[in-house]
Design a protein around this ligand. Structure first.
Ligand code: ATP
Ligand code: MG
Length: 174
């Protein structure tokens, strides 16, 4: 087995859900999957319930508080702290030997909002255990990580129901 680095980025819908789909496929192949959600925390996403059916073979952990204040010049120190904690845990888990696929959900977002520096992430991923697969999701993937990755997919926003004023639908959006 050869571990891959995969990125799902771009403005269109489907980055996190494609990672969950890959996680489901991986579980079916006997792999152990961990998703760490870097930003999410408050909304109760359907996937948190769904993975319970897989026992400990597919785990999802929410590491954030569900939103990040944007627009400000500097990110809120509390958000930075949570992101740093998430990254610490990610590093530990990637070296624990407990997982075959680790999904770093919205890590690209954390990097693009300067809550986490891309260089140490790239450096760590380059030196990870060679059989470990890693998926990074979120808009605005950093060029350094795009260069490092084996497979990169950019979701293009052709249209989204939200633009017609349709509210987020339970089971589809969250
Ligand atoms: P999903 O979790 O549905 O795969 P995503 O991971 O590609 O979406 P994020 O940037 O993480 O997208 O945003 C998560 C939420 O925003 C989801 O509820 C998603 O449906 C919604 N969303 C994603 N893309 C768009 C868009 N282009 N316009 C409006 N809402 C969007
Ligand atoms: Mg997402």
């Amino acid at each position: 087995m050869q571990g891959l680095i995969i990125i799902h980025t771009g403005p269109g819908k489907g980055k996190t859900t494609a990672a969950l789909g890959t996680g489901m496929r991986a579980v079916g192949a006997g792999l152990r999957v961990l998703m760490l959600q870097f930003i999410k925390g408050s909304w109760h996403y359907g996937e948190l319930e769904a993975v319970k059916a897989f026992g400990g073979q597919f785990e999802i952990r929410q590491m954030g508080r569900g939103f990040v204040k944007i627009g400000a010049e500097k990110p809120d120190p509390e958000d930075v702290r949570l992101v740093e904690e998430a990254w610490d845990q990610a590093r530990r888990e990637m070296h624990s030997g407990n997982w075959d696929l680790v999904i770093l959900d919205e890590i690209n977002y954390a990097i693009s909002y300067k809550m986490l520096a891309p260089e140490p992430v790239a450096e760590f991923l380059r030196a990870r255990p060679e059989n470990l697969h890693v998926i990074l999701t979120g808009r605005n993937a950093h060029p350094l990580l795009v260069e490092l990755a084996d497979t990169v997919t950019e979701m293009r926003d052709v249209k989204h129901a939200y633009q017609k004023g349709i509210q987020a639908q339970r089971g589809i959006e969250y």
